[in-house]
Design a protein around this ligand. Sequence first.
Ligand code: DP6
Length: 323
Amino acid sequence: MAEIRAAAEAQPNIALIKYWGKRDVARNLPAVGSLSLTLGSLWTRMQVCLSPELDGDTLVVNGEPDDGMLPRVSRCLDRAAGPDRWFAAVDSECNFPIAAGLASSASAFAALTVAASAASGRSRDTLALARIAGAASGSAARSLYGGIVELDARDDEIEVSSLAEPGDWPLRVVVAVTSHGPKPVSSGAAMTLSAETSPFYSSWVERQACDLDVARSAVAARDFARLAAVSEHNCLKMHSVMWTSRPPVVYWNKATIACMQAVRDLQASGHAVFFTIDAGPQVKAVCLPESEQVVTAALRDVAGVESIMSTGLGAGARLLDPA
Ligand code: DP6
């Protein structure tokens, strides 16, 4: 029998109300809901080739074999294509730094789920695909959807939906990359450590619904100032949980803090901008289009900023024509 190929593309997303902590580690169910922006011009493209000729799965990322990620990829393939599937050759291409706090696993597992599901001939709706992607990486569930996305984690299965399409609110995201290196601790391992050791973890989980309510209503009202305030608060709260873990998990560097200060200065001079930071030292500044140039220039000037990327909001994961 001949091999079967499918390809998909997904954009990374950044959370404004963060996922940090797991309710069920085995099923990778998040302890808290989250709200995110799916980004526009950053992407991961995945090609999956299922073949009876292969004697094991293979993974190539940007032209290099990547055996470290392979076990997670194989488990995701099992869920998307079924445990009786043929082995797969997976080829991944990504146009932004991997493992540096830019949610490369989100776009990777979203694209992998869509491609593997199609290659195996299964027809699934977006939520079913999001649940499969989320089992591989919690944030990946959100990259199945475009624009502004909410993930609800109150039940035994996640629910994910789009609160606004990319064109509904033209937010811009300016990413200041302060280190291109991989992160010291994976977010999954750091979450477990936070749950086990941070004295703030339980109140983090308890208060998340409240932050989500505020953010959801700010999105509905297109109220930038309200979204800014709750997003920065939620980000700093998540990092407080990390910092108070034992041993502490600190992803920031000097430039991270300098970028936050630059955003504060821009706010003081009247610009509609706020920061958010994930499991890495990069700072993402979310702003309205009229402030984008000033925000980009200010962050570029910060000592230690290695590069800047900027993007609007993008679409959810989708199939591509195979090469
Ligand atoms: C800080 O989705 O990478 O970016 O489920 O263990 O793969 P796993 O975690 P992951 O965690 C993302 C954490 C975060 C916040 C967020 O994206 O909501």
